[in-house]
Design a protein around this ligand. Structure first.
Ligand code: ADP
Length: 378
Protein backbone atom coordinates (compact mmCIF):
# COMPACT_ATOMS: atom_id res chain seq x y z
CA UNK A 1 0.00 0.00 0.00
CA UNK A 2 1.13 3.53 -0.60
CA UNK A 3 0.30 7.13 -1.22
CA UNK A 4 -0.08 8.44 -4.77
CA UNK A 5 1.17 11.93 -5.57
CA UNK A 6 0.97 13.93 -8.77
CA UNK A 7 3.23 16.96 -8.95
CA UNK A 8 2.50 19.33 -11.82
CA UNK A 9 1.54 16.48 -14.13
CA UNK A 10 0.88 17.55 -17.71
CA UNK A 11 0.03 14.78 -20.16
CA UNK A 12 -0.20 15.21 -23.92
CA UNK A 13 -1.40 13.10 -26.82
CA UNK A 14 0.38 14.74 -29.74
CA UNK A 15 -0.86 18.32 -29.62
CA UNK A 16 -3.78 17.58 -27.30
CA UNK A 17 -3.12 18.56 -23.71
CA UNK A 18 -5.19 16.00 -21.78
CA UNK A 19 -3.98 16.97 -18.30
CA UNK A 20 -2.68 20.31 -17.24
CA UNK A 21 -0.43 20.84 -14.21
CA UNK A 22 -2.28 18.35 -12.04
CA UNK A 23 -1.47 18.49 -8.32
CA UNK A 24 -2.91 15.68 -6.27
CA UNK A 25 -2.05 13.99 -2.98
CA UNK A 26 -3.82 10.72 -2.29
CA UNK A 27 -3.06 9.40 1.15
CA UNK A 28 -2.06 5.84 1.91
CA UNK A 29 -5.27 3.82 2.19
CA UNK A 30 -7.52 6.60 0.89
CA UNK A 31 -10.40 5.95 -1.51
CA UNK A 32 -10.19 8.87 -3.92
CA UNK A 33 -12.79 9.41 -6.66
CA UNK A 34 -12.13 11.39 -9.81
CA UNK A 35 -15.33 12.77 -11.29
CA UNK A 36 -15.79 14.62 -14.53
CA UNK A 37 -17.60 14.62 -17.84
CA UNK A 38 -16.39 12.60 -20.81
CA UNK A 39 -13.06 13.88 -22.13
CA UNK A 40 -12.13 15.61 -18.86
CA UNK A 41 -8.94 13.55 -18.48
CA UNK A 42 -10.00 10.92 -15.95
CA UNK A 43 -8.64 7.88 -17.77
CA UNK A 44 -5.51 9.81 -18.67
CA UNK A 45 -4.90 10.48 -14.97
CA UNK A 46 -5.02 6.75 -14.23
CA UNK A 47 -2.78 5.98 -17.19
CA UNK A 48 -0.31 8.63 -16.10
CA UNK A 49 -0.07 7.00 -12.67
CA UNK A 50 0.24 3.53 -14.20
CA UNK A 51 2.89 4.69 -16.67
CA UNK A 52 0.80 3.84 -19.71
CA UNK A 53 1.17 7.18 -21.52
CA UNK A 54 4.38 8.52 -22.98
CA UNK A 55 4.25 12.25 -22.67
CA UNK A 56 4.03 12.97 -18.96
CA UNK A 57 5.73 16.08 -17.63
CA UNK A 58 5.94 16.67 -13.90
CA UNK A 59 6.27 13.88 -11.40
CA UNK A 60 4.26 10.88 -10.28
CA UNK A 61 5.20 9.37 -6.92
CA UNK A 62 3.88 6.09 -5.57
CA UNK A 63 4.56 5.18 -1.94
CA UNK A 64 6.93 8.11 -1.78
CA UNK A 65 9.01 6.90 -4.71
CA UNK A 66 9.41 8.85 -7.95
CA UNK A 67 8.15 6.89 -10.94
CA UNK A 68 10.46 8.66 -13.39
CA UNK A 69 11.91 5.94 -15.60
CA UNK A 70 9.96 3.18 -13.80
CA UNK A 71 8.26 0.79 -16.22
CA UNK A 72 4.52 0.12 -15.81
CA UNK A 73 5.07 -3.48 -14.71
CA UNK A 74 7.44 -2.30 -11.98
CA UNK A 75 4.97 0.17 -10.47
CA UNK A 76 2.96 -2.34 -8.47
CA UNK A 77 -0.38 -0.73 -9.20
CA UNK A 78 -3.37 -2.73 -10.40
CA UNK A 79 -5.56 -1.08 -13.02
CA UNK A 80 -9.06 -2.08 -14.15
CA UNK A 81 -10.05 -0.74 -17.53
CA UNK A 82 -13.56 -0.03 -18.61
CA UNK A 83 -13.16 -2.65 -21.33
CA UNK A 84 -12.73 -5.99 -19.63
CA UNK A 85 -9.44 -7.77 -20.02
CA UNK A 86 -10.24 -11.46 -19.52
CA UNK A 87 -8.59 -14.51 -21.02
CA UNK A 88 -11.28 -16.09 -23.20
CA UNK A 89 -9.85 -19.61 -22.89
CA UNK A 90 -9.82 -19.52 -19.09
CA UNK A 91 -12.63 -19.97 -16.61
CA UNK A 92 -13.54 -17.23 -14.18
CA UNK A 93 -11.52 -19.00 -11.49
CA UNK A 94 -8.47 -19.35 -13.73
CA UNK A 95 -8.80 -15.72 -14.77
CA UNK A 96 -8.76 -14.70 -11.12
CA UNK A 97 -5.94 -17.04 -10.16
CA UNK A 98 -3.50 -15.95 -12.86
CA UNK A 99 -2.59 -12.57 -11.30
CA UNK A 100 -1.74 -14.45 -8.10
CA UNK A 101 0.60 -16.80 -9.90
CA UNK A 102 2.64 -14.16 -11.67
CA UNK A 103 6.12 -13.80 -10.19
CA UNK A 104 5.93 -10.09 -9.45
CA UNK A 105 2.99 -10.27 -7.06
CA UNK A 106 4.71 -12.77 -4.84
CA UNK A 107 3.91 -16.44 -4.59
CA UNK A 108 0.78 -17.67 -2.90
CA UNK A 109 0.11 -21.13 -1.64
CA UNK A 110 -2.87 -22.89 -3.19
CA UNK A 111 -4.82 -22.34 0.03
CA UNK A 112 -4.03 -18.61 0.05
CA UNK A 113 -5.07 -18.29 -3.58
CA UNK A 114 -8.34 -20.04 -2.89
CA UNK A 115 -9.01 -17.79 0.09
CA UNK A 116 -8.31 -14.54 -1.80
CA UNK A 117 -10.47 -15.66 -4.71
CA UNK A 118 -13.25 -16.65 -2.34
CA UNK A 119 -13.23 -13.28 -0.55
CA UNK A 120 -13.23 -11.24 -3.76
CA UNK A 121 -15.79 -13.32 -5.66
CA UNK A 122 -18.15 -13.30 -2.70
CA UNK A 123 -18.04 -9.52 -2.51
CA UNK A 124 -18.53 -9.17 -6.25
CA UNK A 125 -21.38 -11.70 -6.26
CA UNK A 126 -19.71 -14.03 -8.77
CA UNK A 127 -18.80 -17.04 -6.61
CA UNK A 128 -21.34 -19.17 -8.48
CA UNK A 129 -19.64 -18.44 -11.81
CA UNK A 130 -16.16 -19.76 -11.08
CA UNK A 131 -16.41 -22.60 -13.60
CA UNK A 132 -17.73 -20.49 -16.50
CA UNK A 133 -15.85 -19.06 -19.45
CA UNK A 134 -16.07 -15.30 -20.25
CA UNK A 135 -18.28 -15.97 -23.30
CA UNK A 136 -20.83 -17.54 -20.94
CA UNK A 137 -21.12 -14.37 -18.85
CA UNK A 138 -23.33 -11.32 -19.16
CA UNK A 139 -21.68 -7.92 -19.64
CA UNK A 140 -22.14 -7.12 -15.97
CA UNK A 141 -20.70 -10.46 -14.85
CA UNK A 142 -17.72 -9.99 -17.16
CA UNK A 143 -17.13 -6.56 -15.72
CA UNK A 144 -17.26 -7.88 -12.19
CA UNK A 145 -14.82 -10.65 -13.08
CA UNK A 146 -12.44 -8.11 -14.60
CA UNK A 147 -12.68 -6.05 -11.43
CA UNK A 148 -12.02 -9.23 -9.44
CA UNK A 149 -8.83 -9.82 -11.41
CA UNK A 150 -7.61 -6.45 -10.20
CA UNK A 151 -8.74 -6.68 -6.59
CA UNK A 152 -7.50 -10.20 -6.05
CA UNK A 153 -3.89 -9.20 -6.03
CA UNK A 154 -2.28 -6.93 -3.49
CA UNK A 155 -0.88 -3.69 -4.87
CA UNK A 156 0.37 -0.30 -3.71
CA UNK A 157 -2.75 1.18 -5.29
CA UNK A 158 -5.80 0.17 -7.28
CA UNK A 159 -6.67 2.26 -10.32
CA UNK A 160 -10.28 1.66 -11.30
CA UNK A 161 -11.78 3.13 -14.46
CA UNK A 162 -15.60 3.21 -14.37
CA UNK A 163 -15.69 -0.34 -12.99
CA UNK A 164 -19.46 -0.38 -12.50
CA UNK A 165 -20.47 1.23 -15.79
CA UNK A 166 -21.90 -1.92 -17.37
CA UNK A 167 -24.08 -2.89 -14.44
CA UNK A 168 -27.78 -2.20 -14.23
CA UNK A 169 -28.95 0.42 -11.74
CA UNK A 170 -29.90 -1.97 -8.97
CA UNK A 171 -26.71 -4.00 -9.12
CA UNK A 172 -24.70 -0.80 -9.34
CA UNK A 173 -26.20 0.43 -6.11
CA UNK A 174 -25.55 -2.81 -4.25
CA UNK A 175 -22.04 -3.17 -5.67
CA UNK A 176 -21.33 0.39 -4.60
CA UNK A 177 -22.11 -0.50 -1.03
CA UNK A 178 -20.13 -3.73 -1.19
CA UNK A 179 -17.08 -2.15 -2.78
CA UNK A 180 -16.93 0.20 0.14
CA UNK A 181 -16.97 -2.77 2.47
CA UNK A 182 -14.42 -4.84 0.63
CA UNK A 183 -11.82 -5.29 3.33
CA UNK A 184 -8.78 -5.28 1.13
CA UNK A 185 -9.85 -2.26 -0.86
CA UNK A 186 -10.82 -0.30 2.21
CA UNK A 187 -7.19 -0.45 3.25
CA UNK A 188 -5.59 -0.09 -0.16
CA UNK A 189 -5.13 3.29 -1.79
CA UNK A 190 -7.70 3.48 -4.56
CA UNK A 191 -8.07 5.97 -7.39
CA UNK A 192 -11.55 5.47 -8.78
CA UNK A 193 -12.87 7.13 -11.93
CA UNK A 194 -16.53 7.79 -12.62
CA UNK A 195 -18.86 10.25 -14.31
CA UNK A 196 -21.64 9.32 -11.86
CA UNK A 197 -21.90 11.88 -9.06
CA UNK A 198 -23.83 9.52 -6.78
CA UNK A 199 -21.07 6.95 -7.02
CA UNK A 200 -18.52 9.65 -6.23
CA UNK A 201 -20.41 10.84 -3.16
CA UNK A 202 -21.12 7.32 -1.91
CA UNK A 203 -17.64 5.89 -2.35
CA UNK A 204 -15.09 8.63 -2.03
CA UNK A 205 -13.23 9.58 1.11
CA UNK A 206 -12.51 12.58 -1.09
CA UNK A 207 -13.61 13.57 -4.57
CA UNK A 208 -11.68 15.48 -7.22
CA UNK A 209 -13.64 17.20 -9.97
CA UNK A 210 -11.84 17.30 -13.31
CA UNK A 211 -12.70 19.58 -16.17
CA UNK A 212 -10.71 19.97 -19.38
CA UNK A 213 -7.65 18.39 -17.81
CA UNK A 214 -7.69 20.60 -14.73
CA UNK A 215 -8.79 19.91 -11.18
CA UNK A 216 -11.56 22.35 -10.34
CA UNK A 217 -12.09 21.18 -6.76
CA UNK A 218 -10.88 18.52 -4.36
CA UNK A 219 -12.81 17.86 -1.18
CA UNK A 220 -14.82 15.49 0.95
CA UNK A 221 -18.24 14.52 -0.43
CA UNK A 222 -19.91 17.02 1.89
CA UNK A 223 -17.52 19.81 0.87
CA UNK A 224 -18.13 19.39 -2.86
CA UNK A 225 -21.86 19.09 -2.22
CA UNK A 226 -22.29 21.90 0.33
CA UNK A 227 -19.60 24.27 -0.92
CA UNK A 228 -19.09 23.70 -4.63
CA UNK A 229 -16.16 25.79 -5.89
CA UNK A 230 -18.11 27.10 -8.85
CA UNK A 231 -21.28 26.62 -10.88
CA UNK A 232 -19.67 23.81 -12.90
CA UNK A 233 -19.12 21.73 -9.77
CA UNK A 234 -22.53 22.75 -8.42
CA UNK A 235 -24.25 21.46 -11.55
CA UNK A 236 -22.13 18.32 -11.63
CA UNK A 237 -23.64 17.12 -8.32
CA UNK A 238 -27.38 16.57 -8.15
CA UNK A 239 -30.19 15.50 -10.40
CA UNK A 240 -32.12 17.64 -11.25
CA UNK A 241 -29.29 20.16 -11.41
CA UNK A 242 -28.96 23.11 -9.08
CA UNK A 243 -31.11 26.09 -10.10
CA UNK A 244 -29.22 29.28 -10.89
CA UNK A 245 -31.30 32.40 -10.46
CA UNK A 246 -29.88 35.77 -11.55
CA UNK A 247 -29.86 38.47 -8.89
CA UNK A 248 -29.35 42.16 -9.34
CA UNK A 249 -26.74 43.78 -7.13
CA UNK A 250 -28.10 46.81 -5.36
CA UNK A 251 -25.52 47.62 -2.73
CA UNK A 252 -22.02 46.64 -1.76
CA UNK A 253 -20.55 47.55 1.63
CA UNK A 254 -16.90 47.29 2.57
CA UNK A 255 -16.11 46.09 6.11
CA UNK A 256 -12.51 46.76 7.09
CA UNK A 257 -9.83 45.68 4.64
CA UNK A 258 -11.09 42.55 3.05
CA UNK A 259 -14.63 41.50 3.87
CA UNK A 260 -17.36 42.97 1.78
CA UNK A 261 -21.05 42.36 1.99
CA UNK A 262 -23.13 42.60 -1.12
CA UNK A 263 -26.87 43.13 -1.15
CA UNK A 264 -28.61 41.64 -4.09
CA UNK A 265 -32.22 41.51 -5.14
CA UNK A 266 -33.69 38.58 -6.96
CA UNK A 267 -37.21 37.66 -7.96
CA UNK A 268 -37.73 36.49 -4.38
CA UNK A 269 -36.32 39.35 -2.36
CA UNK A 270 -33.06 40.62 -0.97
CA UNK A 271 -30.06 38.58 0.05
CA UNK A 272 -26.72 39.47 1.57
CA UNK A 273 -23.48 37.66 1.12
CA UNK A 274 -20.00 38.09 2.46
CA UNK A 275 -17.50 38.17 -0.39
CA UNK A 276 -13.78 37.81 0.19
CA UNK A 277 -12.54 40.64 -1.98
CA UNK A 278 -14.18 43.32 -4.06
CA UNK A 279 -17.77 43.62 -5.16
CA UNK A 280 -19.09 41.30 -7.84
CA UNK A 281 -21.00 43.07 -10.60
CA UNK A 282 -23.79 40.57 -10.46
CA UNK A 283 -24.52 37.31 -8.72
CA UNK A 284 -26.59 34.20 -9.18
CA UNK A 285 -28.42 32.36 -6.47
CA UNK A 286 -27.86 28.62 -6.54
CA UNK A 287 -30.68 26.53 -5.08
CA UNK A 288 -30.92 22.77 -5.24
CA UNK A 289 -34.35 21.56 -6.38
CA UNK A 290 -34.79 19.44 -3.26
CA UNK A 291 -34.12 22.44 -1.00
CA UNK A 292 -37.00 24.40 -2.56
CA UNK A 293 -40.13 23.53 -0.62
CA UNK A 294 -43.67 24.23 -1.73
CA UNK A 295 -45.38 25.97 1.19
CA UNK A 296 -49.04 26.68 1.75
CA UNK A 297 -50.41 29.52 3.86
CA UNK A 298 -48.55 32.76 4.57
CA UNK A 299 -44.95 32.84 3.28
CA UNK A 300 -42.42 32.08 6.05
CA UNK A 301 -40.47 35.19 7.02
CA UNK A 302 -37.29 33.40 8.01
CA UNK A 303 -36.61 32.01 4.55
CA UNK A 304 -36.15 33.18 1.00
CA UNK A 305 -39.53 32.83 -0.65
CA UNK A 306 -40.37 32.87 -4.32
CA UNK A 307 -43.80 33.09 -5.93
CA UNK A 308 -44.32 31.39 -9.23
CA UNK A 309 -46.59 29.46 -11.53
CA UNK A 310 -46.22 25.75 -12.22
CA UNK A 311 -45.65 25.21 -15.94
CA UNK A 312 -44.94 21.50 -15.77
CA UNK A 313 -45.58 18.85 -13.12
CA UNK A 314 -43.91 15.52 -13.80
CA UNK A 315 -44.84 12.66 -11.50
CA UNK A 316 -41.88 10.43 -10.64
CA UNK A 317 -43.31 7.84 -8.28
CA UNK A 318 -43.68 9.42 -4.86
CA UNK A 319 -42.20 12.79 -5.81
CA UNK A 320 -43.26 15.36 -8.36
CA UNK A 321 -40.77 17.41 -10.35
CA UNK A 322 -42.12 20.91 -10.85
CA UNK A 323 -41.03 23.54 -13.35
CA UNK A 324 -42.01 26.85 -11.84
CA UNK A 325 -41.91 30.18 -13.71
CA UNK A 326 -40.53 32.80 -11.30
CA UNK A 327 -40.21 36.23 -12.86
CA UNK A 328 -38.57 35.53 -16.20
CA UNK A 329 -36.83 32.38 -14.96
CA UNK A 330 -37.81 28.76 -14.58
CA UNK A 331 -36.88 26.93 -11.40
CA UNK A 332 -37.08 23.21 -10.77
CA UNK A 333 -38.51 22.10 -7.42
CA UNK A 334 -39.29 18.66 -6.06
CA UNK A 335 -42.34 18.03 -3.92
CA UNK A 336 -44.11 15.02 -2.52
CA UNK A 337 -47.44 16.86 -2.67
CA UNK A 338 -49.29 15.04 -5.45
CA UNK A 339 -52.01 17.70 -5.57
CA UNK A 340 -49.78 20.38 -7.09
CA UNK A 341 -50.45 20.61 -10.81
CA UNK A 342 -49.82 22.66 -13.91
CA UNK A 343 -51.19 26.21 -13.79
CA UNK A 344 -51.11 26.40 -9.96
CA UNK A 345 -49.67 29.48 -8.27
CA UNK A 346 -47.22 28.29 -5.62
CA UNK A 347 -44.93 29.72 -2.97
CA UNK A 348 -41.50 28.17 -2.80
CA UNK A 349 -39.34 28.59 0.27
CA UNK A 350 -35.69 27.81 0.90
CA UNK A 351 -33.56 28.20 4.01
CA UNK A 352 -31.03 30.99 3.69
CA UNK A 353 -28.13 28.71 4.51
CA UNK A 354 -29.09 26.61 1.50
CA UNK A 355 -28.89 29.48 -0.94
CA UNK A 356 -25.47 29.54 -2.62
CA UNK A 357 -24.18 32.72 -4.16
CA UNK A 358 -22.09 32.64 -7.29
CA UNK A 359 -20.38 35.58 -8.99
CA UNK A 360 -20.92 36.54 -12.63
CA UNK A 361 -24.07 36.77 -14.69
CA UNK A 362 -23.47 33.75 -16.92
CA UNK A 363 -20.99 31.04 -17.75
CA UNK A 364 -19.25 29.23 -14.92
CA UNK A 365 -18.59 31.42 -11.93
CA UNK A 366 -17.00 30.92 -8.51
CA UNK A 367 -19.01 30.42 -5.35
CA UNK A 368 -18.94 33.47 -3.12
CA UNK A 369 -20.62 31.93 -0.10
CA UNK A 370 -24.01 31.18 1.37
CA UNK A 371 -26.67 33.86 1.52
CA UNK A 372 -28.05 35.38 4.68
CA UNK A 373 -31.29 37.32 5.01
CA UNK A 374 -30.79 40.87 3.81
CA UNK A 375 -32.62 42.46 6.73
CA UNK A 376 -33.54 46.02 5.78
CA UNK A 377 -32.95 45.37 2.10
CA UNK A 378 -35.88 42.95 1.84
P1 ADP B 1 -12.11 10.88 -19.75
O1 ADP B 1 -11.54 9.61 -19.19
O2 ADP B 1 -12.38 11.91 -18.69
O3 ADP B 1 -13.31 10.67 -20.62
P2 ADP B 1 -9.68 10.92 -21.32
O4 ADP B 1 -8.60 10.90 -20.31
O5 ADP B 1 -10.00 9.65 -22.00
O6 ADP B 1 -11.00 11.56 -20.68
O7 ADP B 1 -9.33 12.00 -22.44
C1 ADP B 1 -8.87 13.30 -22.15
C2 ADP B 1 -8.59 14.03 -23.46
O8 ADP B 1 -7.54 13.39 -24.17
C3 ADP B 1 -9.77 14.08 -24.42
O9 ADP B 1 -9.74 15.31 -25.08
C4 ADP B 1 -9.48 12.95 -25.37
O10 ADP B 1 -10.07 13.19 -26.62
C5 ADP B 1 -7.97 12.96 -25.45
N1 ADP B 1 -7.41 11.61 -25.70
C6 ADP B 1 -7.56 10.52 -24.91
N2 ADP B 1 -6.88 9.47 -25.41
C7 ADP B 1 -6.28 9.89 -26.54
C8 ADP B 1 -5.42 9.28 -27.52
N3 ADP B 1 -5.04 7.99 -27.41
N4 ADP B 1 -5.01 10.05 -28.54
C9 ADP B 1 -5.37 11.35 -28.66
N5 ADP B 1 -6.16 11.99 -27.78
C10 ADP B 1 -6.62 11.28 -26.73
Amino acid sequence: MGSVELRGVTTRYGKTVALSELELDIADGEFFVLLGPSGAGKTTTLKSVAGLVDSVAGEVRIAGRSMAGVEPYQRNVAMAFESYALYPQQTVEQNLASPLRSGRTGRYTAAQQTERIRAVTETLGISHLLGRFPRELSNGQRQRTALGRVLVRPAEAYLLDEPLSHLDAKLRASMRAELKQLGEMARTTTLYVTHDYQEALALGDRVGVLRDGRLVQVGTPSQVWDEPADTFVARMFGQPEMNLLPAHLIQCVQHGDSVTSAHARSAGGGVTVGVPDGCPESVRLGIRPRDLLVVSGPPPTDRLTLRGKVTLAERLGRSVELSVAVGGDTLIAMTSDQRVGEGDEVTLAVEWSRVHLFGGPNGDAPRLGAAVAAGGAR
